[in-house]
Ligand binder design. Sequence first.
Ligand code: DQA
Length: 143
Amino acid sequence: MVKILVIHGPNLNMLGKRQPEIYGDTTLEEINRLLFDRAKKADVELIIKQSNYEGEIIQNLQELHMEVSGIIINPAAYTHYSIAIRDALSALKVPVVEVHLSNIYAREEFRQHSVIAPVCRGQISGFGSNSYLLALEALLMIL
Ligand code: DQA
């Protein structure tokens, strides 16, 4: 069975409570449920991880990439400055889709640059919780 790894970065465990005017009121659990439902219909298995720590995200990528055919990652604030996560992703052969709930290009200047995007197959930004579902559709099309 095709497996896809989904990684949620720092503070995304607070979705629903965290700045709902920007990130919406859907919780991370609800997003994961939507992803699991869609994946089940497509006969795909998901491994979903959330971490507030850069090193743990890198560890997850290193340990799990061999098991999966694609990766969806919302690096959250690390998007804008983590060369370490970028380097970890660069070393992988599987397609990676970068996801953001908010449209990072319509926000503060420091959010308008992603150091992750150049090492991804593509990026989806601005569709709230649907960004994750769109990322999953993109990977299903690629795989
Ligand atoms: C985010 C955008 C980032 O700038 C921010 O730091 C986040 C969430 C998003 O999904 O819109 O934590 O990645």
